[in-house]
Design a protein around this ligand. Structure first.
Ligand code: ADP
Ligand code: MG
Length: 697
C-alpha cells in the first residue's frame, strides 16, 4: 500500500464532479468541504467556479500536486476520471459514485476495471459506493453526509454510509468525537485490514471502531489486527448475524456474509473486541479512549441505593470481575465515615439520606483500597445530594486514584451536566448500572487482549504425498469420501484404530482375526455417509459372526439405496467407549475466514447439546488447548464423577494436526472426525467423512 497519509490529511483535494446544482451529491461535498483548511479544486467542464472556488475543466488541467481525488461523476465517467487521477499521480482516491459491484454484472465489470486502474497506478482507493472520508483535525469532510463530526480520538470505518450519517448526528449530541471516519463502500481496493493498518500509524487515533457487514479476507484481517490491537484497541460490530440479516447484508453491498461463528472466532482471534450492538460499540470505544485498563479484576460498588447496587452486583456476577474484598484499613475508615446502618462491605451502601460530603468520603476511601482495581458509583436522586458536585468529586477522585471508574448517576435531565463533566475525563455515565459494568468489562477484555502472546502454529512431520494420493483416488469416485479416507488422518499422525477395508466375507474374517478381541464392521460407500442411520455399523462382532455380518451389511445398504456404490466393509478394532469420551473434531470452509476448525462433544450428543467451539485455522498450540478447555463438557474430559481424565495433550495435538492438514490441503472443503474417542491413553479417530474439490488437488 502506498503512503495513505493523504487520504485523511491531504493538502489539496480535487472534487471530480463538484457542482453548484441544488440537490447534487457533488454540491453536498463541496459544501461540506467549506471548513477544510486545505485547498479544494473542483473539476467541472461546465463552470468557471463552483461555490466561489475556481474550477478546472478536467483532471489533466489541474496544476500542481493533488493528494486526494474525490470522484462523484456518474459511473461510466467515474472509471475514466479515476484513470486520469492515476495519470496525474494522485495517490488517494475516494469513489463516491454508486453503480458498481452492487449493481448487476455491468456494475461488477466496472468495479473490476476500477480495481485494475488502482493496481496499475498504485492508488489507495476508497469505495466505490462510498459516502466519503472525514478527518476532524483539518476540517476535512469529503462526504455527502448532513453534518460534521466533533473532534476526538475515535477513528471509525463503516460499510454502511447511511449508518455513518446517523452516527455522526447522534455522536454530536452525545459529545462523542472522531479523528477520522471512512465509508468503506464496496471495498474494491481498500478494506478493513488496510484501515486497521493506516490507523495503527496514527498517534491521534485512540480507538479503532468498525461497523462491518462482511470481512474481505479473514486471515489477512486477523494478522493485520493482531499487530495493531496491543497498542490501539479495535472494537467492532458486525451486522448480518441472523440468516435474514445475512441476506440483507449480501444484497446490500454484494458481499457474501460469513457464518456467525466464523466471525466470532475470527474477531476473537484477531484481538478485536466484539460489540453486540451499536450501543456497545460506542460504550466500549469511549471507555477505552478515556481510561486505562484495570490492573486486576477486583471491582467495588458504591451506591446510595440498595436496588441499583444489587443490579450492579448481579451484572458483575456475569462479568469477568470479582467483587473486591476491602482491606481492614478501608473497613475501619468506612466505619468512621459512614452512619452505623450503612453497609461498609462491598457493595458499599452509603444510605439514601447521604449528602455530597459523605458520598465523596466513601468514594475516596474505596478507590484508595489496594484491593480495588475498578469501581462503579451509583446514585439515585435525593434532595440532599447534588449530582454536579458529585460528578466533579468522582472525576477528581478517579484521577487521584487512577483506576477505571464508570457511573450510574440515575435520572433524567439532571444528569446532563454531570454527564459532560464525567465524559470529559472519559468516565461514562449511564442510567443502567449493568451498562456501567459491561463497559468496565470491555476494559478487562482489552487488558487480556494486550497480554496475548501470539504463537506460530506448530508444524508436525507428516506424509503429504500419501494424503494427495488418497484424495486423488477417492475423488475419482465421488467428491464425498467416507471411512476409505481414514488413511488421510493416519498420514497426518491422527491415531486411528487398527482396521482395513475388504470386499469379500472371507477377507473380512481374515481381517477380524488379525484384530484383538471383537471387531466393528461398517459399510463403506461414498453414497452412504451416515452409516448407522441405515444399520451400517455393527459393534462388537465376534469372529464367528463376521461373515454373516458382512452379508447383512451389504443387504442393508442395497435395501437402503439399490444403486449405492459399495466399496466393501471396514473391519475395525473396537475402542473402549466406557473409558473414553466421544468428541467431534472437524473443519468447514468459511467464504471469508477460510478453514474453520470445530471441536466439541461428539457422538450422538453433537446435535443435542451443540457443545462445540470453533477457531480459524491455522491455530497455535495454546489456541488448541483453549478449545479443549472451553467447551462446557470440559469437566467430563477432565475426569468428572470419578472417571479417569482423558489424555488432553493428545486431543490438543490432534486438533493441531488437523489444523495443519486443512491448511496444507485447500482441496479438503469439509471434514468430520466423529467420533474422535478421547481415552485416558490417547485418542482414536474411529470415523471420518470429507468433501473434496478435486480441481484444487
Ligand atoms: P456413522 O457416524 O456413519 O454412523 P461411525 O463410524 O461414527 O458411523 O459409528 C457410529 C457409532 O458407533 C460411533 O459413534 C461409536 O459410538 C460406535 N463405533 C464406531 N466405531 C467404533 C469402534 N471402532 N469402537 C467402538 N465404537 C465404535
Ligand atoms: Mg460417525
Amino acid at each position: 500500500m502506498p503512503d495513505a497519509s493523504g487520504l485523511f490529511d491531504p493538502e489539496r483535494v480535487a472534487v471530480v464532479g463538484g457542482t453548484e446544482r441544488e440537490g447534487a451529491i457533488g454540491r453536498a461535498i463541496m459544501e461540506n468541504l467549506e471548513a477544510f483548511t486545505g485547498e479544494v479544486v473542483p473539476v467541472n467542464p461546465k463552470r468557471e467556479t463552483v461555490l466561489g472556488r475556481p474550477a478546472v475543466s478536467s483532471v489533466s488541467e489541474i496544476e500542481g500536486p493533488v493528494d486526494l481525488g474525490v470522484v462523484v461523476v456518474p459511473p461510466k465517467i467515474a472509471v475514466e476520471a479515476t484513470r486520469e487521477l492515476g495519470e496525474r499521480n494522485v495517490d488517494n482516491v475516494v469513489v463516491i459514485t454508486a453503480g458498481f459491484g452492487e449493481a448487476g454484472t455491468e456494475g461488477a465489470a466496472r468495479e473490476r476495471e476500477l480495481k485494475e486502474i488502482a493496481a496499475e497506478y498504485d492508488m489507495n482507493l476508497v469505495g466505490p459506493n462510498s459516502l466519503g472520508v472525514l478527518s476532524t483535525p483539518n476540517g476535512l469532510n469529503a462526504t455527502f453526509g448532513p453534518a460534521n463530526a466533533r473532534p476526538g480520538g475515535l477513528s471509525f470505518m463503516s460499510q454502511s454510509g447511511a449508518f455513518i450519517t446517523a452516527v455522526i448526528d447522534w455522536a454530536n449530541d452525545q459529545g462523542i468525537g472522531f479523528k477520522d471516519i471512512v465509508s468503506l463502500g464496496n471495498k474494491a481496493v481498500l478494506d478493513e485490514s488496510d484501515f486497521v493498518e493506516i490507523w495503527d500509524e496514527d498517534p491521534d487515533t485512540d480507538v479503532i471502531l468498525g461497523y462491518l457487514e462482511g470481512i474481505e479476507d479473514g486471515r489477512e484481517f486477523i494478522d493485520a489486527a493482531r499487530s495493531v490491537t496491543a497498542e490501539t484497541p479495535i472494537v467492532m460490530v458486525k451486522s448480518g448475524r441472523t440468516e435474514a440479516g445475512a441476506q440483507a447484508a449480501s444484497s446490500h453491498t454484494g458481499t457474501i456474509a460469513g457464518s456467525e461463528k466464523a466471525y466470532e472466532a475470527g474477531l476473537d482471534q484477531a484481538g478485536v473486541l466484539r460489540a453486540e450492538n451499536v450501543q456497545e460499540l460506542f460504550d466500549y470505544a469511549q471507555i477505552l479512549a478515556g481510561q486505562g485498563v484495570p490492573e486486576g479484576s477486583n471491582i467495588a460498588v458504591i451506591s446510595n441505593a440498595g436496588g441499583p447496587g444489587v443490579m450492579a452486583t448481579d451484572a458483575i456476577g456475569d462479568s469477568q470481575y470479582d467483587m473486591a474484598t476491602f482491606t481492614d484499613d478501608t473497613l475501619s475508615a468506612l466505619t468512621e465515615a459512614l452512619p452505623e446502618e450503612a453497609n461498609i462491605y462491598n457493595p458499599v451502601d452509603v444510605l439514601g439520606d447521604t449528602d455530597n460530603e459523605r458520598f465523596e468520603r466513601a468514594i475516596d476511601i474505596v478507590l484508595g483500597d489496594e484491593n480495588v482495581d475498578a469501581a462503579i458509583v451509583i446514585a439515585t436522586p435525593i434532595a440532599v445530594l447534588s449530582y454536579e458536585p458529585l460528578a466533579e468529586d468522582i472525576r477528581r477522585l478517579q484521577s487521584k486514584h487512577d483506576i477505571p471508574v464508570a457511573t450510574a448517576l440515575m435520572g433524567g435531565e439532571r444528569t446532563q451536566n454531570p454527564n459532560t463533566i464525567l465524559q470529559e475525563k472519559g468516565i461514562p455515565n449511564y442510567f443502567d448500572p449493568a451498562r456501567a459494568v459491561s463497559s468496565l468489562d470491555a476494559l478487562l477484555t482489552y487488558r487480556k487482549i494486550t497480554q496475548i502472546d501470539y504463537q506460530p502454529p506448530r508444524r508436525f512431520e507428516v506424509d503429504q504425498d500419501r494424503v494427495r494420493e488418497i484424495l486423488k483416488t477417492a475423488s475419482q469416485r465421488s467428491n464425498r469420501i467416507g471411512v476409505e479416507g481414514m488413511g488421510i488422518l493416519d498420514a497426518y499422525g491422527i491415531e486411528t484404530p487398527e482396521g482395513s477395508i475388504v470386499d469379500t466375507p472371507e477377507a473380512a474374517e481374515e481381517a477380524a482375526a488379525a484384530i484383538d478381541g471383537n471387531a466393528v464392521m461398517k459399510i463403506v460407500s461414498p453414497d452412504i455417509l451416515h452409516k448407522s442411520d441405515i444399520g451400517g455399523v455393527k459393534v462388537g462382532v465376534a469372529q464367528a459372526d463376521v461373515a454373516d455380518a458382512y452379508e447383512d451389511l451389504l443387504t442393508r445398504a442395497k435395501n437402503y439405496q439399490p444403486d449405492a456404490r459399495i466399496l466393501g466393509v471396514q473391519v475395525q478394532e473396537m475402542v473402549d467407549l466406557d473409558e473414553g469420551t466421544e468428541t467431534i473434531l472437524g473443519m468447514n470452509r468459511d467464504p471469508q475466514f477460510g478453514p474453520l476448525l470445530l471441536f466439541g462433544l461428539g457422538g450422538i450428543f453433537v446435535e443435542v447439546l451443540e457443545d462445540t467451539t470453533v477457531r480459524v485455522a491455522p491455530i497455535s498450540e495454546r489456541e488448541a488447548e483453549t478449545m479443549v478447555g472451553e467447551i462446557d463438557s470440559a469437566p467430563l474430559l477432565r475426569g468428572a464423577r470419578g472417571r479417569k481424565p482423558v489424555d488432553e495433550p493428545a486431543l490438543v495435538e490432534s486438533i493441531q494436526r488437523l489444523s495443519q492438514l486443512v491448511t496444507d490441503f485447500p482441496a479438503i472443503l469439509e471434514l468430520d472426525i466423529n467420533p474422535l474417542v478421547a481415552t485416558p491413553d490417547g485418542v482414536q479417530a474411529v470415523d471420518t467423512r470429507l468433501t473434496v474439490d478435486p480441481d484444487k488437488l
